[in-house]
Design a protein around this ligand. Structure first.
Ligand SMILES: O=C(O)CCC(=O)C(=O)O
Ligand SMILES: [Fe+2]
Length: 217
């Protein structure tokens, strides 16, 4: 057993060496356009995902405390039937390839999230960035480089995504893929849902291999 593995070149990580391991930051993507791709998933894929998410017995995660706004609103891989997980992994891989090509990314990327999210009347999300506070200080997930959201339905009212700094409020249609870097330049929020339920498939990507969720990217 090596006492100090980080003394050997190529070995060791932040915990072993006490040094932060550097990874490419979302900042390197500032200036890239927000991606909007209509009909990114097929109707068959969308219907399969929506049927699963809107079923009365869908496994919405209850592990979070009652006070957490995401309690009962996400389905993570561990609660997905294998067929659904395979489908979502396939779509995530396709999404990642699309974004890498569009943003000219050649570095390996990883992902920390693959989930279905539901938004019910009263749910909203204040303007935020995915890797930092609006003032640029790192947030709870500073490793995030960009996000993808696939919109699964339109049987709801309200729920627009808006980018206050960029003056954008894209029209959300079922099957649309949206993606954007995680910095405060891309501050975004979700307007309150006033009727129905909004379902999305969301993922967050990173250049930090330590944050990989282990599913295909
Ligand atoms: O659902 C959306 O349109 C955006 C969600 C979002 O920004 C997030 O989960 O961080
Ligand atoms: Fe976000």
């Amino acid at each position: 057993m090596l006492k100090n593995p980080s003394a050997l070149p190529g070995l060791g990580n932040s915990r072993q060496s006490g040094q932060p391991m550097m990874y490419r930051h979302a900042r390197s993507l500032v200036g890239k356009p927000i991606g909007l791709v209509p009909d990114f998933i097929t109707e068959a894929e969308r219907k399969q995902l929506l049927k699963f998410a809107s079923a009365p017995n869908a496994p919405w995660e209850l592990y979070l405390p009652k006070t957490d706004v995401w309690r009962g609103r996400m389905i993570n891989p561990r609660s997905m039937p294998p067929k659904m997980l395979t489908l979502m992994e396939r779509i995530r891989t396709r999404t990642a390839s699309h974004i890498k090509a569009d943003y000219g990314i050649t570095d390996p990327i990883y992902a920390d999230t693959l989930q279905l999210v539901r938004w019910r009347p009263g749910d909203d999300q204040a303007a935020h960035a995915d890797c930092e506070e609006p003032d640029g200080r790192p947030n709870q997930t500073p490793w995030r480089a960009f996000a993808s959201i696939i919109y699964l339905n339109d049987e709801y009212e309200g729920g627009a995504i808006h980018f206050p700094k960029l003056g954008l409020r894209p029209e959300l249609k079922p099957g649309l893929l949206a993606y954007f870097p995680s910095t405060a330049d891309y501050l975004h929020g979700v307007e309150k849902i006033t009727a129905g339920a909004r379902y999305t498939f969301s993922c967050f990507y990173t250049f930090d291999p330590r944050r990989h969720d282990g599913h295909a990217v």
